[in-house]
Structure formats: C-alpha cells, structure tokens
Design a protein around this ligand. Structure first.
Ligand code: NAD
Ligand code: ZN
Ligand code: ZN
Length: 352
C-alpha cells in the first residue's frame, strides 16, 4: 500500500484528463479509505447533462483540478471503512449524496453541502465534479454522512435519484403550489421527467410539459403531465391561454429562449425556477420581462434529508426513473447518445 492506494489492484474509470479532450477509460488503483472515508463499490452511475457542460467548459472556466473520474449520481454498497468511519457497515447498500462541500461549515455539517458556505473557495462542486466520482468500480466517499441507505432499491434507480430525483425534489419542495395551480416544466429529459412525477406525487398542481422532442413529451405524458406541448413559436401564447398564467415555471434547460418563454408565461407573483445550466440570460429589471411580484430562484442539487425523502418516495412507488443502461466500457458511446438527445430519461452506467 502506497499513499492511500493499493499498489496492485487496478480497475477501469471514466476520467476527464484535459479540458477540451474527450473523457476516456483508464485503469486506476482501488483507493484505500483512511480516517472517516468510506469506500463504496459502485453498482450504477448516472450520466447527467451537467457532465456535458463540464466537458464543454473552456479551460479555466471551472475551478476543478484534472484529472478526475466523472460521475456524480452514484449508488452501490459499502466495500471498506476508514479507521474513523462510523454510522455505516460494510455491505450496506447506499446512494451517495453528491454535492460535497467543505465538510466543516454549518451548512455542510447539517447535510446541506449543496449550499456550503465555502463553496466559492472550493476546487470541486461534488463527487465526479472536480473530485473522483462514480464512473468506476469504486468511489472514495469523504464521510459516512454522504451515504443514504437504499435497502433493496435497484441501484440503476437509486443512482439517478441522487440528482435527477433530488434536484427537482428540492426545487418543487420550495414551491408548495396550491391545488390545481398551473406549473410548467420546460425540458422533460433526465431531471424533467422525474420533476413531473414529483409534482404529481407531492402536490396537486396541474402540470404542463414543454420539450423540443416528441419522445420526451411521450415520456412526460407517461410521467403524469396533464398537458404536453412541442416547443415552437406559438408555445408562449398557448401556455398563457391554457394556464391563465403559471404559478411556477421549472426550467430544466436554462437557455435564452427557455428563460424568455418561462418569464412570459408566469402570472404576477409567480416563480421562475432556473435549474438548467444552459448559459442563457434573463434581464432582471423594473419594468422588465418578469411580471409584477415574480420571484426567480436558481436552486443547486438538494440536501441529504431530501435525498432520504426521494429514496423513500421511490421505494413507495411514487417515482420511477426511466433509464437506459450501458456497461461502463460503453461510457463514451453513452455520452454521445446523451449529447445527441437520443436517450429516453436517464442513461446509467453499470461498472459490473
Ligand atoms: P437532459 O439532456 O436529460 O434533458 C434536457 C431536456 O431538455 C431534453 O429532453 C431536451 O430535449 C430538452 N430541451 C432542450 N432544449 C429545449 C428547449 N429549447 N425547449 C424545451 N426543451 C428543450 O438533461 P438533464 O440531465 O435533465 O439536465 C437538464 C439541465 O439541468 C442541464 O442544463 C443540467 O446541467 C442542469 N442540472 C442542474 C442541476 C442543479 O442543481 N441546478 C442539477 C442537475 C442538472
Ligand atoms: Zn447532475
Ligand atoms: Zn461547507
């Protein structure tokens, strides 16, 4: 054993090695957990559109140090414990709460790493985002508090629930829409189709789903959307007419046109929730594109307690992530399919 890694055992991991270079499979040593760390044997790791944003980032745009293993939606079982790790046992099946923060501030110690007070000074945003993540056979988790038990839940379900489930759950929990309140979901992909299910399972809102792909709208319909609309020039006026003004818009794209669409269909006092990192811009001005009394939020991921609630909701049958499964060896091909918009729901890698 040298420097916290086993000198002999090497297994494949899907790693980003240079900005602007495609990620690739490389053999890495299996890490040995030290201190409070926990080694998790990965059973499944989801591919998020944020991974593509990371791959497309210009050098210097993100604070991450290279190389690192991608993968921030992770589920598996505990393989080994550091000497100071407690609260979890070898063999326990777990989902990983991914938005690792500094680990020490009040937010982090309360399980709210997604809003770590020291986030701006960190060189990572979480597992697989500047730190070695789950597109590998093993992931070294800094502390047992990042693990949520999943019981007998399928790992290919649990992994995407840690982000494609947790992020919309956190966003919806902040909304509390009234009965029959119109809520618009823009982008029914990995996050969006789960958002629709969460809206249906936890609120009595009337859900409108918008996408540019017919296949995504079919998934939105199966996920419980009351009304689905193919995005086009007339979508704003149709939505304004049919909703009478939306109480909330959840934008899972975040591009210029979707932000403009979202702002234009809100009712006065409505909320625009920008989840997608599409790099679009929206002018906040008075007077401006937003109706009077509007709120805008840009939630990031969700907290540990909410991840427990998402897992419980899934185990009770309230959420089912639509997945397409790929072996880890086909990670490159799976990423290209996500980029081409050819995945229904979530692509999930199985390290085997
Ligand atoms: P995805 O690729 O699975 O889904 C995106 C969907 O949006 C697709 O169905 C696509 O057809 C649709 N779409 C694209 N352009 C559109 C348009 N102009 N109008 C309507 N629909 C359109 O992506 P995902 O993994 O669900 O991620 C969605 C976004 O959320 C990404 O930008 C990702 O980076 C971001 N994200 C943010 C957080 C957060 O914490 N805020 C967490 C995870 C992902
Ligand atoms: Zn993500
Ligand atoms: Zn912190």
């Amino acid at each position: 054993m040298v420097g916290g890694v086993s000198a002999t055992r090497k297994t494949p991991a899907f790693r980003l090695t240079g900005w602007g270079r495609p990620p690739s499979l490389a053999d890495v040593a299996v890490p040995e957990p030290a201190g409070a760390e926990v080694l998790v044997r990965v059973e499944a790791a989801g591919i998020c559109h944020s991974d593509l944003h990371v791959l497309d980032a210009a050098p210097g745009a993100l604070p991450y140090r290279l190389p690192f293993t991608l993968g921030h939606e992770i589920a598996g079982h505990v393989a080994a414990l550091g000497a100071a790790a407690s609260g979890v046992e070898v063999g326990a099946r777990v989902a990983v709460h991914g938005p690792w923060g500094c680990g020490e501030c009040r937010r982090c110690t309360a399980g709210e790493d997604n809003y770590c007070d020291r986030r701006a000074g960190l060189s990572w945003s979480g597992a697989g985002l500047g730190r070695d993540g789950g597109m590998a056979q093993h992931v070294l988790v800094p502390h047992a508090r990042y693990l949520v038990p999943i019981g007998d839940l399928d790992a290919a379900q649990a992994a995407p629930l840690t982000d494609a489930g947790l992020t919309p759950y956190h966003a919806v929990a902040a909304l509390k829409p009234a009965e029959d309140a119109p809520v618009v979901v823009i982008g029914a992909g990995g996050l969006g189709h789960v958002a629709i299910q969460i809206l249906r399972a936890t609120t009595r809102a009337t859900v409108f789903a918008v996408d540019v792909r017919e296949e995504a709208l079919a998934l939105a319909h199966r996920s419980g959307a009351h009304r689905t609309l193919l995005s086009g020039p007339g979508t704003g006026s149709v939505l304004r007419r049919e909703t009478g003004g939306a109480d909330a818009v959840l934008d899972f794209v975040g591009s210029d046109p979707t932000l403009a669409l979202g702002a234009s269909v809100l009712r006065p006092g409505g909320t625009l929730v920008i989840v997608g990192s599409g790099g679009g811009r929206l002018t906040i001005a008075k007077p401006g594109p937003l109706p009077q009394g509007a709120s805008v939020s840009s939630p990031f991921w969700g907290n540990r307690r909410e991840l427990g609630e998402v897992i419980a909701l899934a185990r009770a049958g309230g959420i089912r992530v639509e997945t397409e499964l790929f072996p880890l060896a086909a990670a490159g091909e799976a990423f290209e399919r996500v980029r081409a918009g050819r995945v229904r729901g979530r692509a999930v890698l199985l390290p085997g």
